[in-house]
Write a protein that binds this ligand. Structure first.
Ligand code: NAD
Length: 473
């Protein structure tokens, strides 16, 4: 049992203010309670903001070298605790050991290394004749994160904010508190000056809402659902703080008629099912040339059916459970909606996989006979559910790809790089990946439309936490 009953405020571990509630930390693979988490109140948010505010004048004046040295110490300590971090992610969200140890934990490291590289060369001041433009930290940044790639989100935001010279209050997801706690320990051990990094746990509607509306918070950065992002923006509006949103997605994989169909479908299905479909950029709408629709369904079904679902501690497991009960119930409900709307299940379907009668396990599910107006094609399900949609021409494929409220990512499969580039330029999404290309953490990341505002990673991620000042001499 792990009891988390302290927050990290002003360089110390502190008990929450009176009125904190306690929630169970549940292992989603067993449904067993593995710990207890204290959830703070508005008062805790206020204390953390006060600490961050008090630390801002000094940290905002710290040198590039001081910030680099801090980040390097954090990176070194994080590296040393990678196995423990992987274990925490497995326990709290059920990511299989292969994924939690080899991807979930190290990606936090990669995110911080990306910030480190960007900080090394960032031009805080640019000359314009006698005049100059200065980039200065925006102030106190509140950082609110989701549970699905918990360390990547925390490490990306915290490293960028601190590198920019901001002081921060982190409110990680209440669903994934274990890894966040390790992260706060690392920040402490690294000798982060008191108040520069603060972390409190709490629910979105109380602590999250207080941080968004707090007059002493200069910027709020949230990664979460579009619903939460909208609520944050509404409560942030009266204080005119900067709002940075990394929100949901319903990303298309547009398989062009000159693509290697087998490879494209296989990569697409695997990308959806990884992390039990709980990835904001998952290519959950697969757009297939009508002439090859039947062939693509057969490949997709075979790949989905071959996914081993089960105990996340077993190295043979490719897919663990959904990370929490509410999300599991939502995914099950959406599978039901797909069937009611007339889509055809070609793999998976409702309920748990055979042989798994407890844990939030879900069957890797593929729907065909889907049109882009169906609920399962429009709404983010955030589970291992792929919809396959046929299209008739390249124009038609592009139109369907763009016919979504979201715009986080888009994927293209094509045998012709020039064609892929031409199509990429027409897709309304913050990042486009061609033929299974991996994400590049040095490039900007963020969404068009309801997927968000602002960018993370590299120099773009740093600028997000800065004000720009023109000085005319
Ligand atoms: P969520 O919106 O329920 O919660 C995200 C965070 O926001 C949590 O810390 C939560 O406590 C907080 N929150 C909720 N309501 C709030 C409010 N009214 N005010 C302030 N804070 C509030 O999302 P989740 O279930 O944790 O994560 C899944 C969602 O996150 C998906 O929609 C996914 O696409 C999205 N996501 C986006 C990205 C991205 O980079 N664009 C990355 C990962 C996840």
């Amino acid at each position: 049992m792990k009891n988390i009953d302290t927050f990290y405020v002003n360089g110390e571990w502190a008990a929450p203010a009176a009125g904190a509630t306690v929630m169970d930390i549940v292992n989603p693979a067993t449904e067993e309670v593995v710990g207890k988490l204290s959830l703070g109140t508005v008062e805790d948010a206020d204390r953390a903001v006060a600490a961050a505010r008090a630390a801002f004048p000094a940290w905002s004046q710290s040198s590039r070298e001081e910030r680099l040295a801090l980040l390097e110490r954090v990176i070194g300590l994080y590296k040393a605790r990678l196995p423990e971090i992987g274990e925490a992610v497995r326990t709290e969200i059920g990511a299989p050991v292969g994924l939690s140890n080899a991807v979930q934990a190290p990606i936090g490291l990669a995110a911080m290394q990306s910030t480190l590289q960007a900080l090394k060369t960032f031009e805080f001041e640019t000359s314009h004749g006698k005049n100059y433009v200065a980039h200065e930290p925006i102030g106190v940044a509140a950082l609110v994160t989701a549970w699905n790639w918990p360390l990547m989100l925390i490490a990306t935001k915290v490293s960028a904010a601190i590198a920019a010279g901001c002081t921060v209050v982190l409110k990680p997801s209440e669903i994934s508190p274990l890894d966040a706690h390790i992260f706060a320990e690392i920040m402490h051990e690294a000798g982060t000056p008191a108040g520069v990094f603060n972390m409190i746990y709490g629910e979105g509607r109380s602590v999250g809402a207080r941080l968004s509306s707090h007059p002493e918070v200069d910027m709020i950065s949230i990664t979460g659902s579009t619903r939460a992002g909208v609520e944050v923006a509404i409560s942030a509006a009266p204080t005119v703080k900067r709002v940075h949103q990394e929100l949901g997605g319903k990303s298309p994989l547009l398989i062009l008629d000159d693509a290697d169909l087998q490879a494209a479908v296989q990569t697409g299905v695997v990308s959806v099912m990884m992390n039990s479909g709980q990835t904001c950029v998952a290519p959950t709408r697969m757009l297939v040339p009508r002439a090859r629709y039947a062939e693509a369904q057969a490949v997709a079904a075979a790949v989905a059916n071959a996914f081993t679902v089960g105990d996340p501690a077993d190295p043979a497991t490719k897919m663990g459970p959904i990370s929490n009960r509410a999300q599991y119930e939502k995914v099950q409900r959406m599978i039901g909606v797909g069937i009611e709307e007339g889509a055809r299940v070609v793999a998976g379907g409702p309920g748990r996989p055979d042989g798994l009668d407890k844990g939030f396990f879900t069957r890797p599910t593929v729907f065909a006979d889907v049109n882009n107006d169906m609920t399962i094609a429009r709404e983010e399900i955030f589970g291992p559910v792929l919809v396959m949609i046929p299209y008739d021409s390249e124009e038609d494929g592009i139109a369907i790809a763009n016919d979504t409220n979201y715009g986080l990512a888009a994927y293209i499969a094509s045998g012709d790089p020039d064609r892929a580039r031409r199509v990429a330029n027409r897709l309304r999404a913050g990042s486009v990946r061609v033929n299974g290309a991996q994400m590049d953490l040095s490039l900007p990341f963020g969404g068009f439309k309801a997927s968000g505002n602002g960018r993370e990673n590299g120099a773009h991620g740093l600028v997000e936490y800065m004000e720009v000042k023109s000085v005319c001499m």
